[in-house]
Write a protein that binds this ligand. Structure first.
Ligand code: GLA
Length: 365
């Protein structure tokens, strides 16, 4: 009888311990390989939702990998990875001094960029393991990533359930659909941080890429890349990309904002109605004939020209990534919106659903 009781308690203990272990277990790190009907391929990992590779054709049908990155998912776990290809959250870009007030409560976030909060903090969405699943959709193969960011993670309020769907469509698009819900009012600004080089990763700098940005205004910042609050007209400045211009044409001009950003590291106010999918930018690389269009529902887009890359990282094909060897077009709300009442709001209310879509579309000319 005693022995029976003992073994029963042992069994109960075992069940409790193993279910606790399962509850805390992270999903295994996996790499998903997607291929569309035109042979375009991408590899995406559930670690950080990182796009590891994206192979698209040039005008002669030759495929090259147009995103900077490393060979394996594990390679990204090194500390100095500058968000290559990752999903950024909870807040893409900066929040001044890592502080904001919501419903009368001041929240203190991790400070990881000078005195400011950048890209979700010390362990942002780029460094967590998401739950992943590969599916087929009518538009092409897709990966569904979900993550529960617990109340208080990196200082943010609310249990936030996030879902990101990457679809490699049969129209040669990498489509990203974001959605999220929270059980407490919070702030949210998700984005994607691929560094593109349309001549192929590792093939020199991106200064000859021609860029057109559908934005009459941009967001000037201070020395810490925090918005001054002004939305400045681009006309007459090196931020005028309304007509297609080489990224490098004006990047070294003696201009206050370029100096503060070490080059381009600024949000553009995308023309048209936020919430509707519209063309934000077109990038062209003439030697390959590759053209990338960026479509988004977001109000803004950060152009970051890889100013902090310094050649110390070696990419997946063994080539180093020097300064300005990739550029990012990060669709998002404006930086520091929780502290800028005149900017479009980044508050996500309890019970509401966050939705955002961005498409990177590849064509040739
Ligand atoms: C963003 C920022 C940049 C830099 C990169 C990562 O684009 O705006 O200042 O931090 O991420 O290096």
């Amino acid at each position: 009888m005693k022995l029976q009781k003992l073994s029963y308690s042992l069994l109960v203990l075992l069940v409790l311990v193993s279910s606790a272990a399962i509850a805390h277990a992270q999903p295994p790190v996996t790499v998903y390989k997607l291929r569309n009907s035109h042979g375009v391929e991408t590899q995406i990992t559930n670690y950080g939702g990182i796009v590891i590779s994206l192979k698209v054709p040039d005008r002669n049908g030759k495929f090259d990998d147009v995103v900077l990155g490393f060979k394996t998912a594990q390679d990204y776990m090194r500390k100095n990875d500058p968000y290559l290809g990752a999903i950024i959250g909870r807040y893409g870009n900066r929040i001044a001094k890592g502080r904001f007030t919501l419903n009368g409560v001041e929240y203190k976030l991790a400070v990881n960029n000078g005195e400011n909060h950048l890209h979700g903090g010390i362990k942002g969405f780029d460094k967590v393991v998401w739950t992943g699943r590969q599916i087929r959709t009518k538009d092409g193969p897709a990966v569904v990533l979900t993550y529960l960011s617990k109340d208080g993670e990196e200082g943010y309020p609310g249990n936030l359930r996030v879902r990101v769907v990457y679809t490699l469509t049969n129209k040669n698009e990498l489509k990203i659909d974001y959605s999220a819900t929270t059980d407490k009012d919070t702030v949210l600004n998700l984005t994607h941080h691929s560094y593109f080089n349309l001549a192929g990763e590792g093939n020199g700098d991106i200064l000859n890429h021609e860029l057109k940005i559908n934005a009459d205004r941009f967001v000037p910042t201070d020395a810490g890349s925090i918005p001054t609050g002004e939305l400045r007209k681009v006309s007459g400045t090196p931020f005028d990309f309304l007509t297609s211009t080489a990224i490098g044409a004006r990047i070294n001009q003696d201009e206050e904002q370029l100096k503060l950003g070490n080059g381009y590291d600024h949000t553009f106010v995308i023309n048209g109605t936020a919430g509707r999918l519209r063309l934000a930018a077109t990038a062209r690389e003439t030697s390959s004939g590759r053209v990338m269009e960026v479509w988004t529902t977001e109000p803004g887009m950060q152009l970051y020209t890889g100013n902090f890359l310094d050649g110390s990282l070696t990419g997946k094909s063994g080539k180093p990534y020097p300064r300005r060897s990739g550029f990012c077009l990060e669709t998002q709300h404006y930086p520091d919106s929780p502290n800028q009442p005149s900017f479009p709001t980044t508050t996500l209310k309890k019970g509401a659903t966050y939705k955002s879509t961005t498409i990177y579309r590849f064509i040739t000319q």
